[in-house]
Design a binder for this molecule. Structure first.
Ligand code: PRP
Length: 184
């Protein structure tokens, strides 16, 4: 269900156009990703690194679907600011405190758009000498010119619309929506 007019007034006037992925669709894909990831890591230490803020809901649902020991930590990078187009500048605001060397690192991203965020982070993480480095993205727009590392695990192919909800924001609004919607 889309938010009421009163709720929309509290979100800077930007309105939702339509639901692109509903709760059931997201839950099915997250469950399938959990199974895939469980099967892909038969041994070794697995560190699931959530890229904040966008991945916070996806990450929390995903790790509960991974049936093997793992650790969780976070990275904070920011690229969009308050606009709807990527600025291309990626800023690392928080660096994980957990040791990365020798571990399987699974970087969890809510959406791959231009790929600039990931391209910067992949280089940084490789320098920490992990045993392996892979990407899990809930949404992939498939519009990036170049990806340093293609996502091994992808939830849903996303349309080239500005999407919000299930962790994704516009100027920090809409992250709490349980579904993914497009903006007008
Ligand atoms: C958004 C999104 C991805 C990234 C994708 O993050 O969560 O991390 O942009 O865009 P790209 O592929 O074009 O780099 P944002 O910088 O808006 O921060 P947030 O996660 O705090 O919303």
């Amino acid at each position: 269900m889309l938010p009421s007019t009163a709720q929309l007034k509290q979100t800077g006037g930007r309105e939702l156009k339509r639901i692109v992925f509903d709760e059931e669709t997201i839950a099915e894909r997250v469950q399938a990703l959990g199974r895939e990831i469980t099967a892909a890591y038969p041994d070794g230490d697995l560190l699931v690194l959530g890229l904040l803020k966008g991945s916070f809901i996806f990450l929390s649902d995903l790790v509960r679907r991974i049936d093997r020991p793992l650790q969780v930590d976070f990275l904070v990078a920011s690229s969009y600011g308050e606009g709807t187009v990527s600025s291309g500048k990626v800023r690392l605001v928080y660096d994980p405190e957990t040791e990365l060397a020798g571990k399987h690192i699974l970087l969890v991203e809510d959406i791959i758009d231009t790929g600039k965020t990931l391209n910067k982070l992949v280089g940084l993480l490789r320098q920490r000498r992990p045993r392996s480095l892979e990407i899990c993205a809930l949404l992939h727009k498939h519009v990036a010119d170049h990806l340093e590392l293609e996502a091994k695990f992808v939830g849903l192919d996303a349309p080239t619309l500005f999407l919000v909800g299930y962790g994704l924001d516009h100027a920090e609004n809409f992250r709490h929506l349980p579904y993914i919607a497009s903006l007008t």
